[in-house]
Design a protein around this ligand. Structure first.
Ligand SMILES: *Cc1c(COP(=O)(O)O)cnc(C)c1O
Length: 397
């Protein structure tokens, strides 16, 4: 049996469960089922089965030879989460939580989504397991992401457009929480990143840790040693913690999380919660967060919608505090350049989120010798971003 790290929900001063009393009951129930099943042999077998046969795991660890030689420094490997079914890492967590919901006897799944990617992953898992699926989405976001709304509906989900407040993600979260508080007897709240109150951050980490477990085995098989660096983009932090966590005890492996630096350092122009935020509470947990003097979340921006969140997972906040990892930021422009460079050198169009990690990985590789190794998490593919990039390039012509 594996001992689950941080099973009390605390990461140093970070994490915890700062929610009203009426939500403590369902969260306690969720915690006890999660801790039971994460070490259950049959549950793990079933999870492994869907990871392999449905998602298509394991994902390759690809040596990016062209990119490496065009830079002339460290060897760059890409962990190809973009090759998963539905095109990103999010499906690992959606399948894991949906399987847990089934074990708990909950037949109704709710989730909130901003850009729509987590909504699509959730709707996919619900279609697979025959679960009712309700997705809360800000009304403004449903207009910006029409195609993802249609995708979710094709998959059998019901998308509820939230018109309250700013009609964006924040308001969708509030509505989803109201629903959960009323309906938790038959409803499972499927959260999309390594954030939120306990037990979500450890639960999401455990389901995403497959990324780092595979990468560790793969690099040992190919190179006979661990890498010198791990690099991953950090929004809420799920793809990054999935890669990082299994390397935590490899003291010689340096870890770098890449935050969205956006357009400028001004408030509202970026979403670099660790680099530019302070310690506070957001959505039921303690972390580095971008908030005003009253504790209200600030507006955030990133060219990559999936990175635009004014908080960050408690485990990353803790890695930062104990200096186990370093956190940097990459601007919209540099992410866009990396998007284009990886497409041309390797024939791989990355998600704009992942392009942040690629951009930093390239900069880092330049400073290192040829015998060093970097693993970059390619969290998703860029098909979803092609239209946006086309429109931007036409505007600047
Ligand atoms: C959602 C998303 C992210 C950001 O979320 P994390 O929880 O920080 O991983 C990164 N890359 C892709 C492709 C995404 O869809």
């Amino acid at each position: 049996m594996n001992k689950i790290k941080n099973s009390d929900g605390n990461f140093g001063q970070f994490g915890g469960s700062y929610v009203p009393d009426f939500l403590q009951t369902p969260l306690k129930e969720l915690e006890s089922y999660f801790l039971k099943y994460i070490n259950d042999f049959d549950f793990q077998k079933e999870l492994e089965y869907y990871f392999k046969e449905y998602i298509g795991r394991k994902s390759p660890l690809y040596y990016a030879k062209n990119l490496t030689s065009s830079i002339g420094g460290a060897k760059i490997y890409l962990k190809r989460e973009d090759l998963n079914h539905t095109g990103a890492h999010k499906i690992n967590n959606a399948i894991g939580q949906a399987l847990l919901a089934k074990r708990m006897g909950k037949k109704r799944i709710i989730a909130e989504t901003g850009a729509g990617q987590h909504g699509v992953a959730t709707a996919t898992a619900c279609a697979l397991f025959g679960l009712e699926c309700i997705i809360y989405m800000g009304a403004l976001d449903t207009k910006r992401q029409e195609l993802n709304v249609f995708r979710m509906e094709l998959l059998g989900a019901k998308v509820i457009a939230v018109t309250k407040g700013t009609a964006t993600l924040k308001d969708a979260v509030d509505e989803a929480l109201n629903d959960y508080a009323k309906n938790y007897a038959n409803t499972f709240y499927l959260l999309g990143s390594a954030v939120g109150p306990h037990p979500y951050p450890i639960m999401v980490r455990e389901f995403q840790s497959i990324i780092g477990k595979e990468a560790r085995e793969q690099i040992l098989a190919i190179e006979g040693r661990p890498p010198n660096y791990l690099v991953a983009a950090v929004g809420g932090g799920s793809n990054a913690i999935g890669l990082f966590h299994p390397f935590f005890d490899d003291n010689n492996v340096k870890i770098v999380g890449v935050e969205p630096g956006g357009k400028s350092d001004e408030n509202g122009d970026h979403a670099a919660s660790i680099c530019k935020g302070k310690v506070g509470i957001i959505h039921g947990f303690k972390c580095y967060t971008l908030q005003d003097d009253k504790g209200e979340p600030l507006a955030v921006h990133s060219i990559a919608a999936g990175l635009a969140y004014p908080g960050v997972g408690p485990e990353h906040s803790y890695y930062k505090e104990i200096a186990r990892a370093e956190y940097v930021s990459v601007s919209d422009d540099d992410a866009l350049k990396a998007f284009s460079i990886l497409s041309k050198t390797e024939g791989i169009i990355p998600a704009l989120e992942s392009a942040h990690a690629v951009a930093y990985g390239m900069t880092l590789a330049k400073t290192l010798s040829k015998d060093q190794i970097i693993i970059i998490n390619l969290s998703g593919r860029g098909d979803k971003d092609v239209q946006q990039v086309k429109e931007m390039s036409e505007r600047t012509k």
